[in-house]
Design a protein around this ligand. Structure first.
Ligand SMILES: Nc1ncnc2c1ncn2[C@@H]1O[C@H](COP(=O)(O)OP(=O)(O)OP(=O)(O)O)[C@@H](O)[C@H]1O
Ligand SMILES: [Mg+2]
Length: 252
């Protein structure tokens, strides 16, 4: 029913429109070459492409962290060109960085998660309240007073996610969110993502995760984004961890 509604809803609101975007890192070859991308409210997109093909670059262009050599960027219905145009964008789009260490910079977990809401103008009390609720929602309340840089890779991943969810963004850009997560934690993350009302685009190399969390797959080829359509499930041979290990199996 939801599916049919989505397909017939011609009034879908376009949140992101990249048109004819080209980008090269200084001294490098073109990573994006006249690339187009549209993203609508309610979209749950997966971006799957080989290492080095430009996935992270696309996210950084949307956030205004990289400036394209040429092309047009429209976000939330208006054109974004200069740094000042992106200040508001960064409050409305939550980017989960590929490397959690790029995201976390406060001494403790609670301060890191409260940083965003404080930056949005919330009072200290409000910011701490939202942050505690976000940590609770993610099932990591016990991390509250931990020293951020002493967390494990997987723990950092969840805290990094908390720092963007606490800002209550309208769009999530998740750059390989399951990296470093064990089966159990990945299942928790999958459920959180499946249940969110926030529109999102996620980069992942994990087929099961993509199948569970996205409706449409895009790839990047020769510097352009191409719509690949829906994921589908088929039977196949695959490797299982030995059954005596905890958390084995993946449900089929
Ligand atoms: N800061 C940088 N300076 C120079 N070149 C860079 C920089 N960051 C990325 N590149 C290059 O740009 C290309 C695209 O990189 P990008 O990080 O967008 O790829 P990706 O698809 O996200 O890859 P991965 O799956 O490995 O994360 C690669 O060839 C990479 O080497
Ligand atoms: Mg990347």
């Amino acid at each position: 029913m939801k599916e049919i509604k989505k397909q017939t809803d011609t009034n879908r609101k376009r949140l992101i429109h990249l048109k004819d975007i080209s980008y090269a890192y200084p001294g490098g070859m073109l990573v994006l070459n006249h690339m187009d991308l549209e993203f609508f409210r309610g979209d749950r997109l997966g971006l799957v492409a080989p290492n080095g093909s430009g996935k992270t670059t696309v996210f950084h262009i949307i956030m205004g962290l990289l400036k394209p050599l040429s092309g047009y960027i429209e976000l939330f219905g208006s054109e974004k060109k200069e740094e000042k145009d992106f200040v508001d964008v960064r409050k409305r789009i939550g980017l989960l960085f590929q490397d959690s260490d790029d995201q976390l910079f406060c001494p403790t977990v609670l301060e890191d998660v409260a940083f965003g809401p404080l930056n949005l103008g919330k009072s200290r009390e409000e910011a701490l309240d939202i942050s505690k609720k976000t940590l609770e929602f993610l099932g990591i309340s016990e991390f509250e007073n931990r020293i951020t840089f002493k967390l494990s890779g997987g723990e950092k991943r969840l805290v990094a996610l908390a720092t963007i969810l606490s800002m209550e963004p309208e769009i999530l850009l998740l750059d390989e969110p399951t990296t470093g997560l064990d089966e159990k934690t990945r299942a928790i993350l999958t459920k959180i993502i499946q249940e969110t009302d926030i529109s999102y685009m996620l980069i992942s190399h994990n087929a099961d995760f993509l199948y569970e969390c996205t409706d449409n797959i895009f790839t990047i080829k020769d510097g352009r984004v191409i719509n690949q359509g829906k994921m589908y499930r088929h039977s196949h041979d695959h490797i299982h961890t030995p059954s005596f290990l905890p958390d084995h199996g993946h449900g089929h």
